[in-house]
Design a protein around this ligand. Structure first.
Ligand code: ZJS
Ligand code: ZN
Length: 365
């Protein structure tokens, strides 16, 4: 499959971690500027490394956070991440990030998220819609001029919907997790649509986060969970019992859980490169995408951490097409189906459905 075609196709991204999606050039620039005790040559070695074990990836995140966790940098990377996704014709982005508290620099979970929102507001090279209320009167895509020959690329200015998910880190306590959920509820009018559970899958206990996740669900927030990233059948069982709106990864699923997943119809966020690089699947050709796709299970291709894994969503589509022998029509339908699993309201969904329909006519699918 031609990369160009994968880029030109409209796409939705539902599983992208803000700090993991940092531009490599920005990360290198920040590392270089760091006057402290960081040895740049060592950092560079880690940053440009190809394969990373699970442990290395989480070490890498600690390093990234050292460089990025101040208000201005959070604002900067948010802006860049949105621009990067928009530039490859992602038309809806659900960006997730873990609100962080750092008293020494006057950062609270709230001020962290405010810095993210400032980043969204500061994007100027593309049209961003992230405040739900504003969109009631004017949808982002319905006002488009008729799309002509050049598919998505024909549109002079890129347009993108952005929604936020607040992540609970598995290292957090029940109280800290609850604080994140409360913050998400208070920021719903600013485009926060749900909660994610992520972080090192070898750390923490399901029962620690459950009260916060149940509270989120009761209050009508959407929930997605990193599920089965490492072998932990008991946790997978509990997570399926919880019935989240979506799950991420689903790599280590025993047969019984795979059956339950299929009958539950819970959509799965598939991150091919991430899974291969962290050795969560032995190789791409045995990836569980195939089994789920053949079973017509709801799926959506995502990047996870485009900066850390040197990927982008178009590349993930190309990898899927090349590895699993899917053609343009299948790729387009896969992308279009993603719209059905977004957490934003029905108005946005409808606008995106119409947009995909109009583009389909102009793309060779
Ligand atoms: C097996 C493996 C390491 C796969 C990578 N997949 C992931 N699994 C779990 N949590 C993640 C993963 N990638 C990113 N995160 C979470 O997202 C954070 C980075 O983005 P942010 O600071 O929330 O803006 C990481 O610190 C981690 O808590
Ligand atoms: Zn993830």
């Amino acid at each position: 499959m031609e990369m160009e075609w994968c880029v030109s196709m409209p796409k939705v991204e539902l599983h992208a971690h803000l700090n993991g999606s940092i531009r490599v050039s920005t990360l290198l620039e920040l590392a270089k500027a760091e006057k402290g005790d960081i040895d740049f040559s060592e950092v560079e070695h880690v940053i440009v490394k190809y394969e990373r074990s699970l442990i290395e990836v989480f070490k890498m995140f600690d390093l990234i956070h050292n460089l990025t966790t101040d208000h201005n940098t959070v604002t900067r990377i948010t802006k860049e991440v949105v621009e990067d996704f928009a530039s490859e014709n992602v038309v809806y982005l659900e960006l997730r990030t873990t609100p962080k508290r750092n008293d020494s620099i006057g950062m609270s979970k709230r001020s962290y998220v405010e810095a993210v929102l400032k980043g969204l507001r500061s994007v100027s090279s593309v049209d961003v819609a992230f405040i739900p209320h504003n969109e009631d009167s004017k949808s982002l895509f319905s006002s488009l001029p008729t799309i002509t020959n050049d598919k998505c690329n024909g549109v002079a200015r890129k347009r993108i919907y952005v929604r936020l998910l607040l992540s609970i880190d598995r290292r957090e306590t029940t109280e800290a997790a609850l604080e994140t959920v409360k913050l998400a509820l208070e920021m719903r009018h600013l485009g926060v649509v749900g909660i994610d559970l992520s972080g090192n899958p070898k750390v923490g206990e399901w029962t620690t986060y459950l009260p916060a996740l149940e509270f989120a669900k009761e209050q009508g927030l959407h929930v997605t969970l990193h599920c089965g990233e490492v072998p932990n059948p008991e946790e997978v069982h509990n997570m399926l019992d919880f019935h989240p709106q979506r799950i991420g990864h689903a790599c280590f699923f025993e047969d019984e859980h795979q059956r339950r997943l299929k009958s539950s119809k819970i959509p799965v966020e598939i991150c091919l490169t991430s899974n291969v690089r962290t050795l969560s699947v032995p190789s791409i050709d045995v990836h569980h995408f195939v089994d789920l796709y053949n079973a017509k299970h709801p799926l959506v291709l995502c990047t996870d951490d485009s900066g850390v894994f040197s990927t982008c969503l178009s590349k993930e589509y190309k990898i899927a097409a090349d590895s699993f022998g899917l053609g343009r029509r299948e790729m387009f339908e896969l992308s279009r189906n993603g719209v059905e699993h977004i957490f934003a309201d029905s108005g946005v969904k409808e606008d995106l459905r119409n947009f995909f329909n109009s583009v389909a006519k102009n793309m060779e699918v």
